[in-house]
Design a protein around this ligand. Structure first.
Ligand SMILES: [Zn+2]
Length: 267
C-alpha cells in the first residue's frame, strides 16, 4: 500500500524531486474513515473553531494578531504548511488558521481542515523553543492530514449508532444536526496509540522539512512527561503516550536529518 502511495505521488506530479517523498513509514490510512465525508467534517470543524474563538474572545482570552507569541507561532506554521499537501491532497485547498488562546491548559490542537489553536499554558509552562513548538504543530497537523478524527468518528458512529447514521452522513438524512454533533465531538476526541505514533513521525518529518531540529521532538516529549507529574497536561489526556514514544522518535531521527540540513542550507 505504501508503494502504491509513492507511485501515486510520482504519477500525479504532486511533488517534483524525489526528496519530496516521505522518509518516515506510516502506511496507508484506514478506509473506515470514508463513512464520514471529509467535507462534512471540515465544515463541522470550521463551525466549531469559530465558536471556540468567539468564546475565547468573549473572555478576552483570544490573542490579537499583533501579540508577539501569536506572531511567533504563525511564523512557524508558515514554514510547515508548504509540506502538508503531500500527505493529503485536500490540504492544498485548506484555509489554515492559527490562533492563540490565553489559558493555563497545556494544550494544542489542529481540527480537520487546518484549524489550529495553541494555549499559552503549553508554551509558557514547558518553556517551548521554536523547534519544540514546530514539533507539536507538526504532530497536530499530522492528525488532521492523516484524518485521525475522521477515522475515530467514523468508527464511533458505526459502533454506537449503526448504519442509519452512517447513511445520514452519506447525505441521505439530516446533515445539519450531524455536522453540529461531529463538531462537538472534535474537542474531546481521544486518539489511539497508533494514531499518536503516526502523528509523531509525520509531524517530525514536516517539521524537519520546515527547518526545525529533529532532536527537539525527543526533548519535547521529555518535557511533556516530566510535566505529567503534577496533574498532567490536558494534551496527554487526548493524546495518549506510549512508553516507547521517545525511543521510536529517536530511531527515526536519522531518516529526517538530511531533510532538516537541506532546509537549513536553503533557509
Ligand atoms: Zn496526538
Amino acid at each position: 500500500m505504501w508503494d502504491a502511495r509513492r507511485g501515486f505521488l510520482l504519477a500525479t506530479g504532486a511533488v517534483g524531486a524525489d526528496a519530496a517523498l516521505a522518509q518516515v513509514n506510516v502506511g496507508s490510512s484506514s478506509q473506515v474513515r470514508n463513512l464520514v465525508p471529509a467535507e462534512t467534517l471540515e465544515n463541522s470543524a470550521r463551525q466549531q473553531y469559530s465558536q471556540t474563538l468567539s468564546e475565547a474572545r468573549a473572555q478576552r482570552a483570544l490573542a490579537p494578531d499583533t501579540y508577539p507569541q501569536l506572531v511567533r507561532i504563525r511564523q512557524i506554521a508558515s514554514r510547515l504548511i508548504p509540506f502538508t499537501g503531500q500527505w493529503n491532497p485536500r490540504a492544498r485547498d485548506w484555509k489554515w488558521e492559527v490562533n492563540l488562546i490565553g489559558s493555563k491548559q497545556l494544550n494544542a490542537w489542529c481540527m480537520p481542515g487546518g484549524k489550529i489553536a495553541f494555549y499559552t499554558g503549553i508554551i509558557d509552562q514547558l518553556k517551548l523553543t521554536d523547534d519544540e513548538i514546530a514539533m507539536i504543530m507538526g504532530h497536530e497537523m499530522a492528525h488532521a492530514l492523516r484524518e485521525h478524527a475522521r477515522e475515530r468518528l467514523a468508527k464511533s458512529q458505526v459502533t454506537n449508532i449503526g448504519l442509519s447514521l452512517a447513511s445520514q452522513l452519506l447525505g441521505l438524512g439530516q446533515l445539519g444536526n450531524v455536522a453540529a454533533d461531529l463538531g462537538t465531538q472534535l474537542l474531546t476526541l481521544k486518539y489511539s496509540r497508533d494514531d499518536e505514533s503516526e502523528a509523531d513521525l509525520v509531524g517530525l518529518e514536516i517539521a524537519a522539512r520546515g527547518g526545525y531540529k529533529p532532536e527537539a521532538s525527543v526533548q519535547l516529549w521529555q518535557k511533556m512527561l516530566a510535566a505529567n507529574g503534577n496533574g498532567g497536561p490536558q494534551f496527554l489526556s487526548t493524546h495518549p503516550s506510549g512508553s516507547n514514544r521517545i525511543e521510536e522518535l529517536q530511531s527515526n531521527l536519522p531518516k529526517v536529518q538530511t531533510l532538516y540540513e537541506r532546509a537549513r542550507q536553503q533557509g
